[in-house]
Design a protein around this ligand. Structure first.
Ligand SMILES: Nc1nc2c(c(=O)[nH]1)N[C@H]1C(S)=C(S)[C@@H](COP(=O)(O)O)O[C@H]1N2
Ligand SMILES: [Mo]
Length: 453
């Protein structure tokens, strides 16, 4: 089923601007004020992207270990270091899957957990006090589905707006590591909704997490929740209780999370406790003030709410890695798109002057990444930049720049990945192909094109 996402978005945007919709007790004026305040407080311009790697800050609220060789801590979040994905398979091991927490990971007991499904889009229009409830065992007894899908934050790549384009944007200064691909198992949301008594009057659903309310600028925005149009909910969304063959780990939504293939990370509500099924459009801060495109070139009230992720590529190499001249190195990386599979990937090892096609190791499939590799035999030493440019099966190719938006979402431009080529004599301790950071070789290599990784 192909759903008309753009029509949905335009309609919701008109309704929001016309004040027809409610955002769960938070007024539109409050939200706009908060967005402006948040912008002042969290501007990332000038912040060193990898500072946390040198002085490991604790990751408050994350349960699993987040060692500096695997993660870079950013506030309450842990970004996967891309070099830690080299040699891992198609699926991202849980021990290196990024964590994006608005507050902190709640410890929930699987057996006392309940999912409450309620709202005017169900038969009998039950209120929150008259919800249809499902326990974990109830979901486990329903037929299960297994699917591969990436989860990626809409702000992944955000820091490159600043480092490559000089744009001022707000939010977590992710490089490219706010993405992971896992095998998810769970039950189709459509099946649960039908059991709950879904009617054809249902318009929007709103799953809500059981983590603490999110407080920003001194105001509580309530628990993390984001409306989902009923057409997408009935299409391919699942309630996932397994990740890579194991029960969902605490940081990724234990016992159950929503999995919305190809859509922005915020759609995939973790620790889901209830789902409102509404016969009217729904709004929350997460589809009004956040996760829209604001700024010059976008509508005054912001773009429509974001749905699909965009197109990106990343090398499985640290920024600033060193490679020995005169040796052969295997460059590896992955590309992914919210619009389809990956058709081909072109790689430049000379800062964009010449390009070669990489070998793809996964067939193009929607909603997941494709691994690729390319051999490189650098002849001359000095700083350079590695670039990868993907084209997807929908015909999109990564551009050189991304039109900015104030909150730095959906960066899709080709990222300039700074590396250095060491003269053959300086190569001690840098085995061919390892792409180790150039730490032993003196100061980090001169940055090409303004990228600082
Ligand atoms: N309940 C709840 N769900 C949530 C979030 C959250 O903070 N609370 N963060 C969202 C965001 S912004 C992203 S990018 C993904 C991250 O999923 P992960 O932490 O499993 O990688 O979860 C989403 N679901
Ligand atoms: Mo996110």
């Amino acid at each position: 089923m192909r759903i008309d996402e753009s029509a949905y978005d335009r309609r919701r945007l008109r309704q929001w601007l016309a004040g027809e919709a409610r955002a769960d007790g938070v007024s539109r004026r409050d939200l706009l004020r908060l967005a402006a305040a948040a912008g002042v407080l969290t501007t990332l311009a000038g912040r060193p992207a990898r500072a946390a790697a040198d002085t490991p800050a604790p990751a408050p609220g994350i349960v699993k270990p987040v060692p500096p060789e695997l993660f870079t801590i950013r506030g309450t979040n842990a970004e996967t270091n891309w070099s830690a994905l080299r040699g891992t398979g198609f699926h991202t091991p849980v021990d290196r899957f990024f964590v994006r927490n608005h507050t902190s990971t709640p410890r929930l007991d699987r057996d006392s957990w309940r999912l409450k499904v309620w709202g005017g889009g169900l038969r009998g229009a039950p209120g929150p006090d008259r919800a249809v409830e499902f326990g974990h065992d109830d979901l486990r007894r329903l037929p299960s589905v297994t699917l591969d899908a990436f989860v990626e934050c809409a702000g992944n790549g955000r820091s490159h707006f600043t480092t490559q384009q000089g744009d001022t944007v707000t939010g977590t200064a992710w490089t490219l590591g706010a993405v992971g691909t896992a095998r998810w198992r769970g039950v189709r949301l459509s099946r649960v909704l039908r059991l709950a008594g879904l009617t054809r009057h249902a318009v929007d659903l709103q799953p809500r997490g059981l983590d603490d309310a999110y407080v920003t600028g001194g105001t509580s925005l309530g628990r993390v929740r984001r409306p989902l149009p009923v057409a997408k909910a009935l299409d391919d969304v699942i309630l996932a209780y397994e990740m890579n063959g194991e029960p969902l780990p605490p940081d990724h939504g234990h016992p159950v999370r929503v999995l919305v293939p190809s859509w922005v990370g915020i759609s995939h509500i973790k620790w889901v406790g209830d789902i409102e099924v509404s016969d009217r459009p729904l709004y929350s801060p997460w589809n009004t003030d956040f996760y829209r495109l604001f700024g010059p070139g976008h509508p005054p009230g912001g773009s429509a709410p974001l749905t699909r992720q965009t197109l990106k590529s990343a090398f499985e190499t640290d920024a600033g890695a060193a490679f020995g001249a005169g040796a052969r190195h295997r460059l590896t990386g992955r590309s992914w798109s919210g619009a389809g599979g990956i058709r081909h990937v072109d790689v430049s090892t000379d800062a964009g002057a010449t390009w070669r096609r990489a070998d793809l190791h996964d067939r193009p499939r929607a909603g997941v990444w494709s691994r690729w590799s390319l051999d490189w035999h650098p002849a001359t030493s000095g700083p350079t930049a590695l670039l990868a440019r993907a084209t997807d099966t929908a015909g999109r190719t990564q551009p050189d720049t991304t039109a900015p938006n104030t909150q730095g979402y959906l960066f899709d431009a080709v990222v300039r990945h700074p590396v250095t080529v060491l003269p053959p004599a300086d190569r001690h301790g840098t085995p061919p192909g390892s792409g180790r950071p150039a730490a032993a070789a003196g100061p980090p290599p001169q940055v090409i094109g303004g990228a600082s990784g």
